[in-house]
Design a protein around this ligand. Structure first.
Ligand SMILES: *Cc1c(COP(=O)(O)O)cnc(C)c1O
Length: 406
């Protein structure tokens, strides 16, 4: 019991659903053909598998199958969208707008665009993590070609007002790209209804395999094009060369099909479990805050700070047997506070004391109950040992203390 491992890090990756694995297996062995081999049945059956998966993946987000470009994952899709639009639309303008809370795949692609002569505006978010629509509107100029705003944030689960952003982009005549990785397969996403022109997502965040993802590229009104970032055989309508990962794509398709059928029930069950976890921890512990907007938030996620307790240290109290993410990012030499939480206005202390709980399809009631106990005990234990907590309890204003450097 003590060593039972609990996985509450589903925003980092999800286990592959066994039904997905089953769908993939024949494509490693009997049906191993190259989907681009047009002159024999080995190629045809591989292509059929890919075509079917393309329909399933398109259906998940309300797109046409012809609008799905298969890639190696959301990182590649983000890069293809941002750099590909920048190069394709160079004559129209060179300005891109994004948020400070975006995933690194978007932020680092934008940094590369700046090196290539582009201009990028990194907008602040509000205290609750939501975009400031007025600030977004004000940032759009006649040089703006693309707005890139994620659907749901990976650290906080905060959901942006996609429909309003889409309408604004439409009004201003700029392309709207979204990293929908954390939303796809978990909550309804309809790219047409929301006015999204490009969307990046990935298999392994929705119970599919790793190493396969997609970029949705709108084909009509407007017809969007991106410059290929990989040169080769001209696969995927010339936008992404490379032999298709047929088993991965088939698995991604199966994961999409399962998500369409099961997302409502999963979301309902997981939001109840998430709320139970959050409520129990708030009842049992003092000085706990929830980071990010609670109303516009993914059903399976909560990001909480336990004041005066360091998240990484807390995880050691249960020997990392509960898999979570902390608000500290490991860079080469040190622990950096999460840039996402800092963008919400959290100080370093509060960011370092945060934990992200992300539940998933295979999370059980028992997992959540054990987590509540272990976290509550761990926080209490660490606070008992902490002189800062003692001072806080004695009513000493911690801000007023002058810390010695030695
Ligand atoms: C995980 C994640 C990615 C990266 O996806 P990969 O398929 O691992 O490259 C990109 N964006 C967001 C929001 C993510 O959560």
């Amino acid at each position: 019991m003590a060593n039972r491992r609990i996985y509450l890090d589903n925003n980092a990756t999800t286990p592959t659903d066994p039904r997905v694995v089953e769908a993939m297996l024949p494509y490693f062995t009997n049906m191993f053909g190259n989907a681009a081999s047009r002159n024999h049945p080995f190629g045809w059956e591989a292509e059929e598998g890919v075509d079917y998966a393309r329909e399933q993946v398109a259906k998940l987000i309300g797109a046409d199958p012809k609008e799905i470009i298969f890639t190696s994952g959301a990182t590649e899709s983000d890069n293809l969208a941002i750099k590909g639009v920048f190069e394709m639309y160079a004559r129209k303008g060179n300005h891109i707008i994004t948020l400070k809370t975006e995933h690194k795949a978007v932020l680092d692609a934008c940094k590369k665009v700046e090196k290539m002569g582009g201009e990028v505006t990194y907008l602040d978010v509000k205290r609750d993590g939501l975009v400031d629509l007025e600030a977004l509107k004000a940032a759009i100029t006649d040089k703006t070609i693309l707005v890139s705003i994620m659907f749901a944030n990976n650290e906080t689960g905060v959901i942006q007002p996609m429909k309003e952003i889409g309408a604004l982009c439409e009004e201003k005549g700029v392309l709207f790209m979204s990293d929908i990785t954390q939303a796809a397969g978990k909550i309804p996403v309809d790219v047409k209804e929301l006015g999204i022109h490009l969307a990046a997502f990935t298999g392994h965040k929705m119970y599919g395999p790793k190493g396969v993802g997609a970029l949705f590229v709108n084909r009509k009104k407007p017809r969007v094009k991106v410059t290929a970032q990989m040169d080769g055989g001209g696969h995927e309508r010339g936008m992404r060369s490379g032999t298709l990962n047929v088993p991965g794509i088939v698995g991604f398709g199966k994961a999409a099909e399962l998500a369409i059928k099961e997302m409502d029930a999963d979301a309902k069950r997981l939001s109840a479990l998430r709320d139970k976890l959050q409520t129990a921890l708030m009842e049992r512990l003092e000085e706990v805050v929830i980071n990010g907007n609670e109303e516009h938030r993914m059903p399976h996620v909560t990001n909480m700070s336990f004041k005066h307790v360091e998240g990484e240290g807390l995880m050691m109290t249960f020997n990392q047997n509960i898999a979570l993410s902390s608000g500290s990012a490991c860079t080469s030499a040190s622990l950096e506070p999460s840039y996402v939480l800092k963008a919400l206005g959290l100080g370093d202390d509060l960011a370092h004391s945060s934990l992200r709980f992300s539940l998933g399809r295979f999370t059980t009631d028992e997992d959540v109950e054990q987590t509540i106990d272990e976290i509550a005990n761990g926080v209490n234990h660490m606070r008992e040992l902490s002189p800062i907590w003692e001072m806080y309890k004695e009513g000493i204003d911690l801000e007023s203390i002058e810390w010695s450097e030695h």
